[in-house]
Design a protein around this ligand. Structure first.
Ligand code: SF4
Length: 239
């Protein structure tokens, strides 16, 4: 077998590509979308539903990772006429400089681009801040990560200047503490366009979480989002 070495600037470290399916979370929930899931993350959330992007202790990452060229990824996305492209992870902004040409090609072809990001990395101007949407999910204490790793003031101050929505994952076990910390972050950083989302990888967990979060979201004037892919297919990969 011949191995082709790709210059880093022309390729991305990818866990999977899939779709068309639905954007399962946030303001675009229910819209048809194509997904690019980048590999690796700078956090290690206890309840992460995509640990194969980063968790060396449980997964052989080599089996879940491939280098894919920008040209191949672009061709694959554009082989569908799906309007929305979601770049998720892992943490996609770890590779943001290499994502620049992909985002440019997708926008040029008339696609909409959303990033799912954990809010710890300041996006660079070259990822077309004015034309993409950032769905930012700052991690709360219930993620099991020390605050100094998951809360990066520089990023949380910068992201509201872009086209950004904030999505807090609320666990059943620590619901009140999660909500109190979300309140604190919203007040501290002046966050706008805020959504609550239940943590969970089963239909029952998502449904009961939605029921529990309905009143807290309404009381705060925030949005409430399901995890549509979980309700439809539970935690199946590639959906
Ligand atoms: S930031 Fe997201 S991908 Fe990274 S460990 Fe946490 S939940 Fe998983």
């Amino acid at each position: 077998m011949t191995t082709t070495l790709l210059p880093l600037r022309d390729a991305l470290l990818i866990t999977e590509t899939f779709g068309p399916t639905f954007q399962g979370e946030g303001p675009s929930c229910g819209q048809p979308a194509i997904f690019i899931r980048t590999s690796r993350c700078n956090l290690t959330c206890d309840w992460c539903d995509e640990p194969r992007t980063w968790d060396h202790s449980r997964f052989n990452l080599a089996e879940h990772t491939s280098w894919q060229s920008i040209a191949d990824l672009t061709d694959w996305v554009l082989s569908y006429d799906t309007d929305l492209v979601v770049i998720t992870g892992g943490e996609p902004l770890l590779q943001q400089y290499r994502l620049v040409p992909l985002v440019a090609a997708l926008l040029e072809a008339g696609r909409r681009v959303e990033f799912e990001t954990n809010g710890t990395i300041v996006p660079v101007q070259d990822v077309r801040l004015d034309q993409v949407q950032f769905n930012v999910s700052p991690k709360l204490a219930s993620s099991g990560i020390p605050a100094q790793r998951r809360i990066v003031p520089e990023a949380l101050n910068a992201l509201p200047q872009t086209n950004t929505v904030f999505k807090f994952v609320i666990t059943a076990e620590h619901r009140e503490a999660d909500l109190a910390e979300a309140d604190h972050l919203v007040d501290t950083y002046g966050l706008r366009r805020v959504w609550l989302m239940p943590e969970g990888t089963t239909r029952d967990a998502v449904t009961s979480g939605l029921q529990a979060l309905a009143e807290p979201a309404l009381k705060r004037g925030w949005g409430l989002t399901t995890r549509l892919h979980v309700q439809l297919w539970e935690n199946a990969h590639g959906r």
